[in-house]
Design a protein around this ligand. Sequence first.
Ligand code: PMP
Ligand code: GLN
Length: 450
Amino acid sequence: MMIAIGKLTHAIRLQLINNQCRRVTSFSSVMSKFDVPSRYKDEKSVWVEYIGLALEYKPLNLGQGFPDFHAPEHVTTALAKTVTSENPLLNQYTRGFGHPRLVNALGKLYSKLLNRNLDANNEILVTAGAYEALFSTLQGHTNPGDEWIIIEPFFDCYVPMVESAGGIARFIPLKLTKSEGVLSSADWVFDKKEMESLFNDKTKGIILNTPHNPVGKVFTLEELEFIADLAKKWNALVVSDEVYEWMVYEPARHIRIATLPDMYERTITIGSAGKTFSVTGWKIGWAYGPVNLMNNLKVVHQNCVYTCATPIQEAVAMGFEEELKRYGQENCYFQSLARELLPKRDYMAKFLSDVGMSPTVPEGGYFMIADWKSLENYVGLGDEVDKYRDYRFTKWMTKNVGVQGIPPSAFYSEGHKHLAEDNVRYCFIKKDENLQKAADVLMKWRAKQA
Ligand code: PMP
Ligand code: GLN
């Protein structure tokens, strides 16, 4: 009897162990079942990491790009009036592809700038920031294996957006052609032969960003014509990210590639209300282009966010209407913002040089790249563990000096990140007093090392 019970307990024990094993197996398969899908890489985002650092260490934040001053009053007042308007519908859903008042205002503006009559309802899509315009464009125009040419450095979301759509990113770096004297973003150029060699039968398109983040380059007519000719030769698209279109410093001139001969037909251009009106938190953007190309974006958009915030679109529309009235005048924000930014740019270039860095003076946008290598002996690079030196530099400076910049290797493909390791990106769309504080902090820190 005792033996029989012993056998039984042994059998029960085995059964229990088996169950346990099964549970362990099924637990691990449950785990892998809930991994991030293979079309996304489980990668860190420089924005998530550096916004987290800024919250923790509270540095002078010259990292993520946003103004620390007020937007034009007529724009913010327009939003206040809209949300409290007597018309209750201004707080309800609006037309999915863009609030009628906004697409009409955008249609008027870009018809003028492109010197062609845009069909506002069919050639413009309003999106949740330029991010969503890029996302809808790349999802809507990429089949598995399609190749997209991306100019390095690039705004970091281009690559995950291409790859998650099944596309393949092909890179071409901008190279600095000068090593001494005052550096300009015009000194960063792509090699024409290299560019030519990237185009092939699998090329779906090229992503252009002018004015450029992070270098500040404003592509010249000659460079744009070169790209346009290749796009035509290979029947490729151009996605032109022009979110900084109004921040251009003379003598540079912003040229919309869509205005070059036979280019409108193959170009999707992207803009941002956040950049245009200094309201980055409003997250309204747009894309415009020919109807057949825009239809693909609309399919993605209607199955994603479907429609964007109504009152914000109404206020942005009112903002454009007002600026269209002032267009070409001194007080038009499209021109006055760049005028306001110019001395900030020059001030930053000066204090970065004074501190020992070698900045590239940008022709457009509101970022400045600077080489910090000559300061390396004063920085505790060994205190940080990141793989790339620009990450170590920017983290150490945030924690120990109290000034935050962005590591530009975040804007390069894995194989080319070393090209950016001696650089940092700073943002200069900040109040003068805050730029001055940054200058003072850096100068004091530098003086202590001497
Ligand atoms: N493109 C570039 C080059 C940018 O710098 C940004 C940053 N905001 C975006 C697109 C996204 O713009 P938005 O904030 O309107 O989504
Ligand atoms: N475009 C801005 C920059 O480059 C903001 C980026 C972001 O918040 N993801 O700093």
